[in-house]
Ligand binder design. Structure first.
Ligand SMILES: C[S@@+](CC[C@H](N)C(=O)[O-])C[C@H]1O[C@@H](n2cnc3c(N)ncnc32)[C@H](O)[C@@H]1O
Length: 346
């Protein structure tokens, strides 16, 4: 078999294994294996979870031949080595995106035709918000402390004394709620064009007794009149590249900041374009995921920018500069080399 054939077969096999991993996670099989003190048989896993053994056996087979989990020489006892557990938790959350992409398949196929208008907004598949939330809550649970606050000079002290902060495109509000619960002297706005995830953000704030936050459904591309020079700090994470008119949004964010205010644009900042990322595993997913999620999200209008997650750090820098910002720092996420916190000052 040629190297090329082998590589293609690896991609093909791997995509099936990752879909099985999503299923295993949703059925509780991943947790059962992670919690087990001893290697388990398919029957033991099935009994514990009240599942049909035959399905469990096939799923475990897929995961074992794909080296996601380990199997003994008799092909009957399965386990997850201790030093694989952290990675397995993360990859099993990411694998949940694959059924989401599949659900959009026919729709994306239609949207790609010149003759058809439009795209697909996240609210059409509300489960997507759930996966995005789980990524923040589990994989990126420390990002406020590791990626966000340390990148901005004096921000923690300023938050302690009391400033005005907004997160646009906050979805279920994981980041903005975390900040609001921690910095009680500051006031926060959590905003998203979609109402559904904001309901969850509100419920979460209520259950945690967070009172220094309000929520609104704003289109970030058209906000400056409402919030002109209102905020000391504005954040967006994984939002700008998804927008229909991102340059307009960056201009509006600039207007909404007080003079000297900070804009934290946390976004995918791939360097090197397509040619510079050949065979890079995370780029493989960014291009594929972007086809099914980011490009359709942007195509709310036929003249959408449709930047996609792969828009690249050079274009990101160019666009924030065009809006009037100076980038005072760029910090790379601890969990993803391609996620950059661009700290921009008005
Ligand atoms: C990829 S999600 C990121 C959500 C969240 N910030 C996170 O880090 O998981 C993009 C978010 O931007 C929101 N969004 C898209 N277009 C928007 C617009 N024009 N104005 C405000 N929010 C928008 C979407 O509803 C969605 O919640």
């Amino acid at each position: 078999m040629s190297d090329y054939t082998q590589k293609m077969m690896n991609h093909f096999g791997g995509s099936g294994v990752m879909l099985c991993l999503s299923l295993a996670r949703d059925l509780g099989v991943v947790d059962a294996l992670m919690e087990a003190k001893e290697p388990l048989t398919s029957q033991e896993v099935a009994d514990k979870l009240n599942l049909r053994e035959r399905y469990v056996r096939e799923i475990l087979g897929s995961l074992a031949v794909g080296e996601v989990i380990n199997v003994d020489d008799t092909s009957t006892k399965f386990h997850v080595p201790e030093d694989h557990k952290q990675t397995l938790v993360a990859v099993s959350i990411f694998s949940r995106l694959l059924p989401q992409l599949g659900m959009r398949y026919n729709n994306v196929k239609a949207c790609a035709q010149q003759r058809n208008p439009g795209g697909i907004v996240y609210s059409e598949n509300p489960e997507t918000f759930d996966v995005l939330k789980e990524i923040l809550v589990t994989i990126k649970k420390d990002m406020v402390d590791t990626d966000i606050l340390p990148a901005i000079p004096n921000i923690a002290q300023r938050l302690e004394s009391g400033i005005k902060v907004a997160e646009f495109g906050c979805a279920t509000g994981v980041l903005v709620n975390t900040l609001a619960s921690r910095f009680k002297n500051s006031t926060f706005l959590g905003s998203d064009v979609a109402n559904e995830p904001l309901e969850e953000a509100r419920a979460n704030a209520n259950s945690r007794g967070i009172q220094n936050i309000t929520y609104s459904t704003d289109n970030i591309e058209n906000i400056s009149e409402k919030y002109n020079e209102s905020f000391d700090w504005i954040l967006t994470r994984d939002v700008i590249h998804d927008l229909t008119y991102p340059q307009q949004a960056l201009n509006q964010i600039y207007q909404c900041l007080k003079p000297g205010g900070i804009f934290s644009m946390i976004d995918i900042g791939i360097e090197g374009g397509i040619a510079g990322n050949i065979a890079d595993a995370s780029s493989m997913f960014y291009y594929s995921g972007s086809t099914f999620l980011c490009i359709p999200e942007s195509f709310r209008q036929p003249d959408a920018a449709a930047l996609g997650a792969t828009w690249g750090a050079p274009l990101a820098r160019e666009m924030v500069a065009k809006a009037g910002f100076t980038i005072i720092n760029e910090s790379v996420s601890r969990t993803d080399k391609k996620e950059i916190h661009f700290v921009c000052q008005k």
